[in-house]
Design a binder for this molecule. Structure first.
Ligand SMILES: [Zn+2]
Length: 332
């Protein structure tokens, strides 16, 4: 748990849970204090991020539709669209309480809008479609996992209802219209104290997934490849972790991999800390989430640079260049 006297600087406080009650072991030194599970990402800050993107000449903001509580489902398009561009999709905060996910997106958006050397090069060949907050209703209401209709969005991708889950329904429609060549779904994990990625389950995508993760670890030392759901739960569960999870088409990453035959990854960040580089005062923080998002432009640039240039006349509607159509593997 974190605390703040000014809603800007957040620090860790000790807690204890006895199975019934959560006890915050902290004696405030000021009359006003806020406590949170993780540094909040307010709706006001979300709107400021939209404003930042709107003010840039290289990005565009659109609403894909309205939620049940009448919030817009915001999409940022960064870079010039075109049939010859690699289409990179990122979504965050399907689970609205995982606020580190939007701090991460803010880092990536800042990197892309900075037009540094890497971003400029990347945007020559690629266009980014970013949904910084998939679940504005849940975020505003203070829900941890669900939207305003009580649905967990990351269990709705196989058959989203327009009325109950407009968030997934409209994002899927946009993906269908624009195409997807790489997909990253950003989350926070409450248990595992590391940054890790899952996905790339089909044989043809395994190497791409491994290369991507390796490049990401080189770009930012807060990312690691040794621990993930498979390795962490291996001793505790007979389930095969990601393999089971990724066949479940109700989840975004599995659905997108299956539908668009492209590399589709889930990123998980810790709630408490990265045990490889613990920070006693702040733990895993909004700043480190931002930095991780800033860094992910590097493995994305690596993976897109390895792809052949897209010739618009050869690009069939359902062809995604990151996919290897020659996948002959029998077991996914
Ligand atoms: Zn999540």
């Amino acid at each position: 748990m974190v605390a703040s006297y000014d809603q800007r600087n957040w620090f860790r406080v000790e807690t204890q849970f006895d199975g019934q009650s959560l006890i915050i072991k902290h004696r405030p030194t000021h009359s006003n204090i806020s406590y949170a599970y993780f540094t909040p990402y307010s709706y006001e800050r979300h709107q400021n991020l939209m404003a930042l993107a709107k003010a840039s000449s290289i990005s565009n903001h659109t609403s894909l539709g309205l939620t049940s509580d009448n919030h817009p489902i915001d999409l940022l398009t960064i870079g010039k669209e075109g049939v010859n561009k690699h289409k990179i999709w990122l979504i965050a905060r399907q689970h609205p309480g995982e606020t580190m996910a939007e701090w991460f997106i803010e880092g990536l958006v800042n990197r892309l809008l900075s037009q540094d050397e890497l971003s400029k090069k990347l945007l020559e060949t690629s266009v980014f479609y970013i949904v910084p907050n998939m679940n504005p209703d849940g975020s505003v209401r203070g829900n941890h996992r669900t939207n305003s209709n009580g649905h967990n969005l990351n269990r709705e991708w196989d058959n989203p209802s327009e009325s109950n889950c407009p968030e997934v329904y409209y994002v899927q429609q946009a993906m269908q219209n624009k195409g997807v060549d790489l997909f990253i779904d950003v989350h926070g994990d409450e248990e595992i104290p590391y940054n890790f990625m899952m996905g790339g389950t089909s044989c043809s995508l395994k190497k791409q997934a491994a290369d991507f993760k390796s490049d990401f670890a080189k770009a930012n030392s807060d990312f690691q490849i040794e621990v993930d759901y498979d390795t962490y739960h291996a001793a505790q569960s007979s389930c095969c972790g990601s393999s089971c999870g990724n066949k479940d088409l109700s989840k975004a990453s599995a659905y997108v991999e299956d539908k668009f035959k492209c590399l589709s990854l889930v990123l998980e960040m810790p709630f408490v800390d990265n045990d490889n580089a613990p920070n006693k005062k702040q733990g895993w923080s909004s700043e480190r989430s931002f930095e991780l998002g800033y860094s992910i432009a590097e493995p994305i640039a690596q993976i897109t640079s390895k792809l052949p240039e897209i010739n618009p006349s050869n690009k069939a509607n359902d062809t995604h260049l990151i996919n290897n159509k020659s996948d002959k593997c029998a077991v996914l």
